[in-house]
Design a protein around this ligand. Sequence first.
Ligand SMILES: *Cc1c(COP(=O)(O)O)cnc(C)c1O
Length: 401
Amino acid sequence: MARETDKALEDARLDTLAVRAGQRRSMESEHAEPIFLTSSYVFDDAADAAARFAGDRDGNVYSRYTNPTVRTFEERIAALEGGEAAVATASGMAAILSVCMALLKSGDHVVCSRSVFGTTTVLFTKYMTRFGVETSFVDLTDIEQWRDAVQENTRMLFLETPSNPLSDVADMEQLSVLARQSGALLVVDNCFCTPALQTPLALGADIVTHSATKYLDGQGRCVGGAVVGPAVHMEEVLGFLRSAGPTMSAFNAWVFLKGLETLRLRMEAHSANAMELARWLEQQPAVDAVFYAGLESHPGHELAARQQRAFGGVLSFRVKGVREQAWACIDATRLLSLTANLGDAKTTIVHPATTTHGRLSDAERDAAGITENLIRIAVGLEDVDDIKADLARGLDAASKL
Ligand SMILES: *Cc1c(COP(=O)(O)O)cnc(C)c1O
């Protein structure tokens, strides 16, 4: 009798799902996941073609909306997030766009945290408004502002937690209650924590979005995204993909599958390095303040400790001084990559006020706490003593100005 391997995942835990969920094999019995680099599929006969086109029979038709390698990735990320279904997308922004296009309509209203990825803000303010969807922006951690912003036509609350770059933390259970009372969906961009550290659906969120480009890949190779949630909503999201085409490629899905296998180990290592670096930065005389929810001094610490299994890889700090000191610190480092990306094995350093948050007005930046002396680090997987030594060089240069 054949081994019942398909039953092995019924009660499996996160680490097992990360390595095995969704796997399917071709006739060649390969052990690793195969890459199906094919745009279309052949049918058994004309009746089969008709049935598959009509959706009366399972089976692939065209890779704009189904591909076995992409399907494996979708099933694996859905299993890790504890969602019914997932849809893979061409990028993290395509994931957010697909949720909006599939589940909102003209006349609807969105309440969005002010501390979201900059391009997400542009999507809501510049593009969604053209199609009659208005967005109000609120302070991530101020539940009263969320409550006051909800209108009769509010259909979505959107947030990231912890926030970039100051590590502010939102209470997802509280916001899910507000969403339910308002008849709105709570949508959480879980890019910074990944399901290895936090599962928003278990805390009451309706939908999770991902930029797979970051930690799901983990090694800075591919751009991709995902949406996870109830099957009824994912059918709508897949329907948008079928009509509009922001699809994940089979090759990228394969890279992300390999990333997922090591996700928890990497997230723990990122978190451990970031925690040690945050504690070290707090001790440095050239540093004014450190923002990392793992530190007891952070206002979001207790909530993060409740919602998250660890505190993630992103932290920020203020050097003593102004922009000159921050830039001198960045320019004197040698090892760290000067880039705005994150979620990579390689540690990155960036000056948010003039890059990731450069599009904000001075007033908006001040309100968001993105001062000119703030530096963000996305802590990688190098030896933390080497990261410290490099930053010590930077801090030394800043303090000599
Ligand atoms: C990078 C990022 C995105 C956008 O993802 P892309 O894959 O670059 O399109 C969305 N949200 C967060 C939090 C991000 O860091």
